[in-house]
Write a protein that binds this ligand. Structure first.
Ligand code: PLP
Length: 440
């Protein structure tokens, strides 16, 4: 009997060890980590340089409470992180994970509004579908009914705009009119809410698990930034999943040359070695909050030196191994292979993503984009079949199937062609078995 509990009663094998792109359970079975956990382990498992850096920090100190001490480790990681962000974003606030980081971004934005005499601004617009975390504040801006509905009475309802799922709406994502169309929905929502009441727009630059690696249509992100600026709405980029090289740039915002007000980081930022997240904010925004009395926010473990030492070592390894470039190169190679799978398996209706944030969506019908019947639970079945075969991929369990059966294929950024072959060969066999089982 286990004393642990998680989302469901499903039990998984005990993990024994993990190295590079592989994990082994206690029975010696090997798994290829085709999803980097939950798009976390960007530099692979058990990187010796990161472990060394952690050991060195452990011998110095593992905790210094932020009201008593600053540490070299946190100062260093803050400087390294700021250097990777757009100009004028030099202020870093550490937390222990993505949900905490999103909460922190929202609260910083609100305190900034108060500090500059715009206390009427409190509404945070986000997209649907989207995922920004599981704590009540982050959940309030998450556009994903199966997760939010039970807690709705406990949260302040926040406005949503549709995620730009051009492929479902029959629009061409390469046509600038498509990007303009979805961006116009944001402006319409800001106007409907009353611009003076809107605090921020929070957006995943490339959609994560809720939309299955949704890449924005051409012009969308730039238009969204311009609309936010024009209406005095802060732009918060949730790069929890897209950051740390995942999309073939250190930050996904680099694809469009964006300069947001706040960037949110976690997951690949410490790549699973320790719990760590951060927000990086514009200097003037933080200055206004600090001059206005200070940021009323902070977690006991914020800026933990062990976590920060690991974070710096991860950034070093990303640079040393040229992983941002590898994400771009291997991402293109993976897409080719997934397109090949789509040609052989009619159930694959869409392949999408950027860098190594890749996904495919299974559908009943390519033309109408009709989803597979929800009761088949096809995405979870495929994940389970692949798992049996020694490949880990990721999907989100949906209650009603409206979000589609998408599978995230997001291996660590250290993958080579041989790993991609292993991933696609296993997926090929798993899709064949799925089609047999479900009579697709
Ligand atoms: N934001 C995004 C885009 C995410 O993908 C996630 C997690 O999947 C979160 C926030 C929440 O992060 P965490 O699970 O570390 O709290």
């Amino acid at each position: 009997m286990s004393h642990l509990f998680y989302q469901t009663s499903q039990r998984r094998p005990l993990l024994d060890q993990a190295r590079g792109v592989y994990l082994w359970d206690v029975d010696g079975k090997r798994y290829l980590d085709g999803s980097s956990g939950a798009m976390v382990c960007n530099i692979g498992h058990s990187n010796p340089n990161v472990l060394d850096a952690m050991r060195r920090q452990m011998e110095k100190s593992t905790f210094g409470y932020r009201l008593h001490f600053e540490t070299e480790a946190s100062e260093q990681l803050a400087a390294r992180t700021a250097a990777l962000c757009p100009e004028g974003m030099n202020k870093v606030f550490f937390v222990s994970g993505g949900s905490e980081a999103v909460e922190s971004a929202i609260k910083l934005a609100r305190q900034h509004a108060l500090a500059v005499g715009q206390g009427g601004r409190w509404k945070v617009i986000s997209r649907s579908p989207s995922y920004h975390g599981c704590t009540l504040g982050a959940l309030a801006i998450t556009g994903y009914a199966p997760l939010t509905e039970p807690f709705a009475p406990m949260m302040r309802a926040m406005p949503r705009v549709p995620a730009p799922r051009a492929y479902l709406d029959g629009l061409d994502p390469a046509d600038p009119a498509t990007g303009a169309h979805y961006a116009a929905m944001l402006e319409a929502e800001i106007l409907a809410q009353g611009p003076d009441s809107v605090l921020a727009f929070v957006v995943e630059p490339v959609g994560g698990a809720s939309t299955g690696a949704l890449v924005p249509p051409v012009g969308y992100m730039e238009a969204v930034q311009e609309i936010c600026r024009r209406h005095g709405v802060l732009l918060i980029l949730d790069e929890v999943m897209t950051g740390a090289g995942r999309t073939g740039r250190f930050l996904a915002l680099e694809h469009w040359g964006l300069s947001p007000d706040i960037v949110v980081l976690s997951k690949g930022f410490a790549a699973g070695y320790v719990p760590l997240g951060a927000i990086v904010a514009r200097d003037d925004l933080v200055a206004a909050v600090l001059e206005g009395g200070g940021f009323l926010h902070g977690f006991t473990y914020a800026g933990n030196p062990l976590a920060c030492a690991a974070g710096t070592a991860v950034i070093d390894e990303i640079a040393r191994l040229d992983l941002v470039q590898n994400a771009e190169t291997m991402g293109a190679a993976l897409r080719k292979r997934l397109d090949g799978l789509a040609a052989r398996h009619p159930v694959i209706g869409d392949v999408r993503g950027l860098g190594l944030l890749m996904a495919f969506e299974m559908m009943a019908d390519h033309d109408s984009k009709a989803p597979l019947p929800a009761h088949l639970n096809a995405h979870q079945r495929l994940v389970d079949i692949a798992y049996d075969m020694g490949l880990i991929v990721y999907s989100r369990r949906t209650r009603d199937g409206i979000e589609g059966d998408h599978i995230m294929v997001c291996p660590p950024l250290i993958v080579g062609e041989q790993h991609l072959d292993e991933i696609t060969d296993t997926l090929d066999a798993a899709l064949t078995r799925l089609a047999d089982e479900l009579a697709l």
